[in-house]
Design a binder for this molecule. Sequence first.
Ligand SMILES: [Zn+2]
Length: 86
Amino acid sequence: MVRPTLRSGKRKYRKTVSGKITIYRPRKVAGHPKCAECKKPLTGVAKGVRSQVRKMKKSERKPSRVFGGNLCSPCTRRRIIVATRS
Ligand SMILES: [Zn+2]
């Protein structure tokens, strides 16, 4: 049996040049991070598999403001206005 880490994920069967059929595991494709409220793609947020994002600089990963990497700027602005009004 294969390593436990290889048991999950997509599998594809590929034929090699010699005619042998082997399991090919395609790399994970990362989706674009989206806003939690309006579901629009977030700008200034790193896109990639978690292991790749961790290797980036902290400032490249997500904006350092409140709700950075979770909400887009118009949604953040709206939340702050609502919170400070009362
Ligand atoms: Zn939004």
